[in-house]
Design a protein. Structure first.
Length: 388
């Protein structure tokens, strides 16, 4: 048991360090990244958390080591603790305790699956510095916040990412009346970018590939990057396209005064993260996301999911999906620790993927692109495994 405790301590301490080298431009809508001082603070917080965990009972340690327990804890509590950004319009915006957005809807979808109540969620606003520690320590059950899935995070933080909900990438924002139509047009410009981030590195690499010379205006945090662009201290502003779209949507001079260029400089897959080693909980969160995708593929949405079984009596796949398998599948069980009708709860309470996207992201002016279904007229990469 003592060995397990020290492993948990080491993994938690590594979390503070890895954030300084692995945060990505999309990581805070903008690339809210971690500087040296915040890493120190986060390491101290991680150490305090590990110390508190050390005082927990040996029985709790054994349960954690065996992997499992989160679903039972959430079910007993009767509410889902979901970590979000809270400051990102279109994704997770906290307006006086009322939460809305794309990420928020996936929190609600999990609650709907578990409790048949999408409002059974307690939200926690998390910064780039606190997001992973909050999940590691158990403060939140799931993290659904702009934090890019990367190899080092997957390998070193003791966390696990489920199905990607939003395929993002680093972009460039310019003023609508500027002459710039692509990155190749931005020779001899000044570009606002957060210093010490992969956003800065991606920009450097891409401009070098294009042979474009520019002057980076390096700023310590995303708020200063945005305000410097707004004050016209630079010609362009770079971070994740989702962050740029959110900034553009609430721009004082109106969204039409700004343009996001078509160029995409990086891959930024965003989606829910859970603690590693709890396969049951991972499966629950993963298949809730899959349910929203599969429902769209079946043509099922919040308006017709309740009558899907009677409307499709000869479609074995749909019958299994809505928890009403036909005679040939009478013994079907998914083994996912979810109620047979969980997809009906999810889609009926929150909507399918298209409804969630159109409600939250479409108003920002971001087309679905890669976030289209694999078999759409303009195919994307969204794909759910067969529910069989």
């Amino acid at each position: 048991m003592r060995t397990t405790r020290w492993k948990l301590l080491a993994a938690t301490l590594l979390a503070g360090v890895i954030l300084s080298g692995c945060t990505s431009g999309g990581d805070d809508a903008g690339g809210e990244e971690t500087d040296a001082s915040s890493v120190t603070g986060e390491t101290e917080t991680a150490a305090e958390t590990a110390s508190e965990e050390e005082s927990a009972s040996e029985e709790d340690t054994a349960a954690a080591a065996e992997g499992g327990g989160t679903l039972a804890e959430v079910t007993e509590r009767g509410t889902l603790n979901c970590g979000v950004n809270g400051q990102l319009d279109g994704f997770s915006l906290n307006e006086g305790g009322t939460y809305t957005g794309f990420d928020v809807d996936f929190c609600r979808a999990i609650a709907a699956a578990l409790f048949d109540d999408p409002e059974a969620v307690t939200y926690t606003d998390l910064t780039a510095e606190t997001r992973f520690t909050a999940l590691q320590s158990g403060e939140v059950d799931v993290l659904i916040r702009n934090g890019t899935w990367t190899a080092s995070r997957d390998g070193d933080l003791g966390l696990q990412w489920t199905q990607t909900t939003f395929y993002d990438g680093q972009g460039m924002l310019v003023r609508a009346d500027s002459e710039f139509q692509s990155l190749a047009d931005m020779t001899d410009t000044t570009i606002c970018v957060q210093s010490g981030t992969t956003t800065e590195l991606n920009l450097t690499a891409r401009m070098a590939e294009l042979g474009v010379t520019y002057e980076p205006l390096l700023l310590p945090d995303e708020e200063q990057v945005a305000s410097s662009f707004q004050s016209q201290a630079c010609d362009g502003y770079t971070t994740d396209r989702s962050g740029l779209a959110s900034f553009r949507s609430s721009y004082a001079e109106g969204p039409d005064s700004l343009r996001i260029l078509d160029d995409v400089m990086s891959k930024e897959p965003l989606g829910p993260a859970v603690r590693e080693g709890d396969q049951e909980w991972f499966d629950v969160v993963n298949w809730v996301v899959f349910a929203t995708i599969q429902a769209e593929e079946f043509g099922l949405d919040s308006t017709n999911i309740a009558t899907a079984a009677e409307d499709n009596p000869d479609n074995a796949e749909i019958l299994r999906f809505v928890g009403a398998p036909g005679e040939e599948d009478a013994d079907f069980t998914s083994g996912l620790s979810l109620e047979p009708d969980f997809a009906v709860r999810v889609v009926g309470g929150v909507g399918n993927y298209a409804e969630i996207y159109e409600r939250n992201i479409t108003p920002l002016g971001l087309e679905r692109g890669l976030n289209n279904l694999w078999n759409a007229d303009e195919p994307g990469v969204l794909y759910a495994p067969p529910y069989r």
